[in-house]
Ligand binder design. Structure first.
Ligand code: 7RM
Length: 701
């Protein structure tokens, strides 16, 4: 049954303030060449459409839904929840509720049939190594997906079963997701940067008895030994009394992996040489090769017609407290919302080549590599590697190679690449670019200007798309042909979205103001529940500010109505666009025998946006030195994943607490910034800790 682990109401919210002296209200108008052919070509047209989407949401979205195939149509009551008022009972959101459809059929078979898209390229796949590439058409993708759907059926996977996927950025990852969708199974993709512990937690929580993985992948020069991490996750599940029945392993590296393992240079393997893995481990009771099971599978598979509100996938995401939660999305609303946001936010046209650089392990990849583009019969680039390998011009080389016209990346990548200088961009002909989007975190005006001027040559529109795992698709973004941009602002709400800013009491604030960002009414892409814990869903998102969905973010709305997202207001840290819960890092740290207590806060960082700054209190007798710091970092890598490794660890004899024992993170955030203006500290139990905290700051900061 539901456990009440997430006491999100207790989390003290904090608002970052917009630095009004450093934001500019200069308007950057869409280039006329973009507006001339855009789906929405003026601000006025955007405003009319947005207005229409709010006056009659059902009419607006059902009109768009007619683009797709529904085995059974919805009745007149297409939307089953008009507001987020809990007094009306449970929060139960449904779009096209009594309709039947299949999202895999819609993004493949139906696109092929309706748009004659069979020979159209679905993906140009670009490997980690520049000479490694593949091209996959819609017709080819459909065949692979059907084969894999049949493989899943043969393995006993049924409608509603959760299938875990832990794969690199290869076409087979998309095949696996769509194969699940075709038979009504629920995919649960786990980002390849998560550790065995995290993978095991997610498989255990979702009771995923089957895992799709690969032997390994190179990201740049670094080997990620996916199969051995998967094996260890399976063992950890077993320890918890849960048996994983089958691993389907895609051979991505083959001989390249064994050669590397032989070379004794196994990246990240700190185990003594005698214990190192020298070949791929294989348990013939549960492991099967992808290519072997696929070789005999039929390439035809009738889709399972599911209810529009049956779960399509789950994706774990971090919150303020407790374990990551399985965000559940369903088929009908998610299909219509990702398709529509893809079309309008990127102003997609059939001649476009689209490239989203995200990993499919995050929501951005789900919505804008897999579902949104395919639902438009678009051609995408899919990239296995990293931005800096073999050189820091890799992104621009790929843009030039495939003549990418619509590009979508993260501010952290923009800032990192900018440091290498403009020449890496300028040596490639990237004049094909028209729209260059960003996602994942606020983009600072400096980085925005570089992106606009150097990458976009002052001609491209920048949709700075604000959204979340929970929202399914874009919530606030400039539209390429319509919205005059301000450097660093996410602009105006997407169709159907009503953002509001509220104060601590939940009172709506009007006009130019800053506050907690909430959404007033349901849109088709909103998550429907937390897997296995609907009460936690209601608590986290709807209890804090009654009647509204709370995003967890703070924002500023300027005099012209533009939204400027100021970042998380809760205890979530955004490192390079990766959401990390402070509670998760803290529990990883205290699991170390030397640590009594830990508190983690975000520290602003020029490149990564934020990094994790950890305060630890040690047991008597434990010594704080470089070896321990390394040990603690490794501990977090093992418990969560590589990307979550702490940036700074500070030893402190005590943490600042209230008399009731609550850690005052507000104070820690000031210590991190070396800001002695602490505000009200009257609730602090022992004020002497403050001096120690400032005195113990690592010197280089
Ligand atoms: C898509 C994604 C969500 C959190 C969200 C924000 C931050 C995302 C922007 C942004 C400012 C943006 N999903 N965020 N996009 N902040 N401007 N354009 O990132 O679930 O992983 O993260 O990311 O804090 O709440 S996510």
């Amino acid at each position: 049954m539901a456990q009440k682990s997430d006491q999100s109401n207790e989390v003290e919210l904090h608002l970052e303030h917009v630095d009004k002296a450093h934001i500019s209200h200069e308007l950057f108008h869409p280039d006329p060449s973009i507006s001339a052919h855009a789906h929405v070509s003026s601000l006025k047209q955007y405003q009319e459409l947005h207005h229409r989407s709010l006056v009659n949401p059902v009419g607006f979205w059902t009109e768009l839904a007619k683009e797709f195939y529904w085995k059974r149509h919805w009745s007149s009551t297409a939307l089953s929840c008009w507001n987020f008022d809990r007094r009306a009972g449970k929060i139960s959101i449904g779009w096209f509720t009594d309709a039947k459809t299949n999202i895999c059929y819609n993004v493949l078979d139906y696109q092929i049939k309706k748009k004659n898209a069979g020979d159209r390229v679905a993906y140009y796949w670009e490997g980690n190594d520049p000479d490694d590439s593949r091209v996959v058409t819609y017709a080819e993708l459909l065949k692979e997906v059907c084969k894999f759907a049949n493989v899943l059926k043969a393995q006993g996977v049924k409608r509603g079963d959760r299938v875990a996927i832990y794969m690199p950025m290869v076409i087979e990852l998309v095949v696996a997701m769509l194969g699940c969708a075709r038979i009504g199974a629920v995919h649960s993709v786990v980002f390849g940067g998560f550790s065995a512990d995290s993978l095991a937690d997610r498989m255990f929580d979702a009771t995923s008895e089957i895992l799709i993985t690969a032997d390994g992948v190179f990201r740049g020069t670094k080997l990620i030994n996916l199969k051995s991490i998967a094996d260890s996750a399976v063992a950890k599940c077993k320890d918890k009394g849960f048996e994983v029945k089958r691993l389907i392993v895609y051979k991505n590296l083959g001989d390249k992996l064994t050669a590397h393992l032989d070379a004794d240079t196994l990246a990240g393997d700190k185990s003594p040489p005698s214990k190192r893995v020298r070949q791929l481990s294989w348990d013939s009771h549960i492991d099967v090769w992808w290519h072997e099971v696929m070789s005999t599978a039929s390439d035809e598979c009738e889709p399972v017609w599911v209810n529009a509100e049956e779960p399509l996938f789950m994706l774990y995401t971090s919150g303020s407290t407790g374990k990551p939660k399985g965000v559940v999305h369903t088929s009908g609303g998610y299909l219509v919302y990702t398709a529509t946001t893809f079309k309008y936010s990127f102003d997609y046209h059939p001649e476009d080549i689209f490239w989203c650089t995200a990993d499919i392990g995050w929501i951005t990849g789900h919505s804008y590599i897999t579902y949104g583009p395919l639902a438009n019969a678009a051609t995408s680039v899919m990239f296995e590697g990293v931005p800096t390998y073999p050189g820091p011009d890799r992104f621009w080389a790929i843009v030039a190679k495939y003549r990418v016209s619509k590009f979508y990346t993260a501010p952290t990548a923009i800032r990192a690449l900018r440091k290498f200088g403009d020449d890496h961009v300028k040596k490639h002909d990237i004049s094909c670019l028209k729209v260059i989007g960003t996602v994942g975190e606020p983009i600072n005006p400096d980085a925005w200007h570089w992106y606009y001027e150097v990458v976009g040559n002052k001609k491209c529109s920048i949709p700075d798309t604000y959204w979340q795992t929970e929202t399914g698709g874009h919530m606030i973004t400039p539209l390429p042909g319509a919205t005059p941009m301000k450097a660093g602002s996410a602009g105006f709400p997407f169709f159907g979205v009503v953002p509001i800013l509220v104060d601590k009491q939940g009172e709506e604030l009007r006009g130019e103001t800053e506050g907690y960002l909430c959404i007033k009414q349901p849109w088709p892409g909103i998550m429907r529940t937390v897997y296995g814990d609907h009460e936690r869903f209601e608590q986290i998102y709807f209890d804090r500010f009654k009647g509204y969905y709370f995003t967890g973010d703070g924002a500023y709305r300027d005099k012209d109505g533009y939204y400027w997202i100021t970042g998380r207001a809760d205890d979530v840290i955004n490192v390079s666009g990766h959401r990390i819960g402070t509670a998760e890092v803290e529990s990883a740290l205290v699991a170390h025998p030397a640590v009594v207590e830990a508190a983690v806060v975000g520290k602003p960082d020029d490149e990564k946006g934020e990094v994790t700054y950890c305060f630890v209190t040690l047991h008597d007798g434990a010594v704080f030195n470089d070896a321990l710091v390394e040990d603690l970092k490794e501990q977090v890598r093992l418990k969560i994943g590589r990307f979550a490794a702490p940036h700074v660890i500070q030893n402190t004899p005590a943490l600042p607490k209230t008399r009731s024992g609550k850690i005052m993170r507000r104070i820690l955030r000031r210590v991190v910034r070396n800001d002695h203006d602490l505000g009200d500290v009257s609730t602090l139990a022992d004020s002497s800790v403050i001096e120690q905290l400032f005195a113990n700051r690592p010197e280089q900061l």
